[in-house]
Write a new protein. Structure first.
Length: 374
């Protein structure tokens, strides 16, 4: 899984939203949505396109017209990608049903997968209503709604409670803490701006006393025989970096359950002798706020194995490749190796660390857990 989000339109008082689950960050899906807006060239074109897209419910049977449109688009996409290497991020959007005789039994859900681009939705003339995702999922990390009615691109970042709260696609908590709200008026030359609440340039700009993360997560470092088992991240946040296995905490999971699940998913091992080693909190200038419980383990069962998400990498504890890692790791990994409990707070702008503050031992424990929902 990647980063979940929604994209779509608000037009004539109706939301037309489609779910996405690969790279929904502003640098991924956000950019793609902006490109779509720019390519439309004018508000009139944008409005016409938004109006023309029909919303169909999941599980409904596919109309012949839509099936034909999907088939043509699939053929076009295949042709365009002829000879291209497959990537980790499937860009294929249209999924055609198999044998012709079964066509009539296929539903809209089976014909259009998530991750469809707005361009393809425009070509198809319909989208499958993924608004129920709001009710089912803990994180809608990023949502981009081209609100043609109000002439605004709505960019949401945070956890949703549902569609009816203030902010529609993120919880009030997310709204207040992140200050995400609307980023700019809609025009072909739109640029995503930042709201006043997002002006972090140094550590003192972050109100750590009231800080609430929008992404709780975990990290796990297995240390054995003078070596630490790290990963090279193959996808998602921090792709290409050497880092520790771990990931986002899912609804209802404890941090420990999360770190065990993530380590097994990423490395196919079950850590043994697990202890909580510390905590790290990351505030990013774009509003992303991650809190991680960090664990160490003295062993594992299974064999570290490459997966879709990660490549295992053993590193000597005295020769850690910090130049290939997140900048904060150098401040806490040595503490983890020596068994000193730590609590680090960091401010990042993209990959660049703007500030940090780490305490250890009793002071770290006294800090409590950043991210306890207030
Ligand atoms: N500055 C930083 N230093 C660090 O060591 N780890 C960081 C970090 N910033 C983020 N991380 C880690 C924390 C968390 O475990 C992880 C989140 O990345 P992802 O969103 O890719 O997680 P997942 O593995 O849950 O993703 P999916 O399963 O693909 O949804 O990145």
């Amino acid at each position: 899984m990647g980063t979940s989000g929604l994209q779509g339109f608000r037009v004539g008082g109706e939301d037309k939203v489609s779910y996405h689950h690969h790279d929904c960050y502003p640098s991924g899906l956000g950019k793609a949505v902006l490109k779509y807006v720019r390519d439309c060239g004018s508000m009139e074109v944008l409005r016409e396109r938004a109006q023309a897209i029909r919303v169909v419910k999941r599980h409904k049977r596919v109309s012949r017209k839509h099936l034909t449109a999907a088939k043509a688009l699939l053929a076009e996409q295949r042709e365009a990608r002829e000879g291209e290497r497959e990537t980790d991020y499937p860009s294929e959007e249209v999924c055609l049903p198999g044998p012709i005789q079964r066509w009539l039994h296929f539903t809209y859900e089976s014909i259009v997968r998530p991750n469809i681009s707005l361009e393809s939705l425009t070509t198809l003339g319909f989208l499958v209503d993924h608004s129920s995702f709001l009710a089912d999922c803990l994180y809608n990390q990023w949502t981009y709604i081209i609100n043609v009615d109000d002439g605004v691109l709505e960019v949401y970042h945070g956890e949703h409670d549902g569609t009816n709260g203030r902010g529609r696609y993120a919880s009030l908590l997310g709204a207040e803490m992140m200050g995400w709200q609307v980023c700019g008026s809609l025009s072909p030359s739109i640029a995503v701006g930042t709201s006043s609440a997002m002006t972090y340039s140094q550590m003192s700009d972050v109100d750590w006393a009231h800080w609430v993360p929008n992404m709780p997560g975990t990290l796990m470092v297995v240390v054995k025989g003078g070596r630490a088992l790290m990963i090279v991240k193959k996808r998602g946040f921090g792709v290409g970096k050497v880092t520790a296995p771990g990931g986002k905490t899912e609804k209802g999971e404890t941090p420990l359950q999360c770190v065990m699940r993530e380590t097994e998913e990423e490395l196919v091992i079950v850590p043994q002798g697990v202890e909580e080693a510390g905590q790290v909190s990351f505030q990013f200038t774009d509003g992303l706020a991650i809190h991680c419980h960090v664990y160490s383990a003295s062993g594992y069962t299974g064999t570290p194995t490459e997966t879709d998400e990660a490549l295992p990498l053993w590193v000597d504890v005295d020769r850690v490749p910090y130049d290939r890692m997140w900048a904060d790791d150098e401040s806490w990994l040595p503490l983890l190796f020596e068994g000193t409990y730590f609590h680090g707070r960091y401010l990042f702008e993209g990959d660049t660390m703007l500030g940090m503050d780490i305490v250890t031992g009793d002071q770290a424990r006294q800090r409590g857990t950043d991210g306890v929902r207030r």
